[in-house]
Design a protein. Structure first.
Length: 126
């Protein structure tokens, strides 16, 4: 009742209608429950792939057959000639997830450890 009286008094005294409208929009009671904001967690995938491997052949036909066989198994392979022999380099092209962690620092620490062990490593942020 007092609220209605105060609003009518403000209007009668000539105070702008916007002020009375602002008073009219005030909540009567404070909200009893405020929903918590969702927690957004970032995660980092530490991935690795196997390093290049190499085989040496004296015969170019054996080197070519080995290269084709590795490609049939899904490996990336290529042959280079060096002097009188042939090198076939090959590796598995896919990246595998080693571990998923919650912090950027931990992800890059694991990446460095994998690189020290001879793997190609990377961090993927999601």
């Amino acid at each position: 009742m007092f609220r209605m009286f105060a609003l009518s008094a403000l209007t009668a005294l000539g105070i702008s209608s916007t002020a009375s409208a602002q008073v009219g929009f005030l909540p009567r009671t404070a909200p009893s429950f405020v929903a918590p904001r969702p927690i957004v967690s970032h995660h980092y995938h530490v991935q690795y792939r196997l390093p290049w491997e190499e085989r040496t052949f004296a015969n170019p036909f054996e080197a070519e057959a080995f290269e084709r066989r590795q490609e049939l198994f899904g490996y990336t392979a290529h042959t280079t000639r060096h002097g009188g022999h042939f090198h076939v380099r090959y590796r598995w092209p896919g990246w595998e997830t080693y571990r998923t962690v919650d912090s950027d620092f931990a992800a890059h620490r694991l990446e460095r450890q994998l690189e020290l062990r001879g793997y190609d490593a990377r961090v993927v942020h999601h």
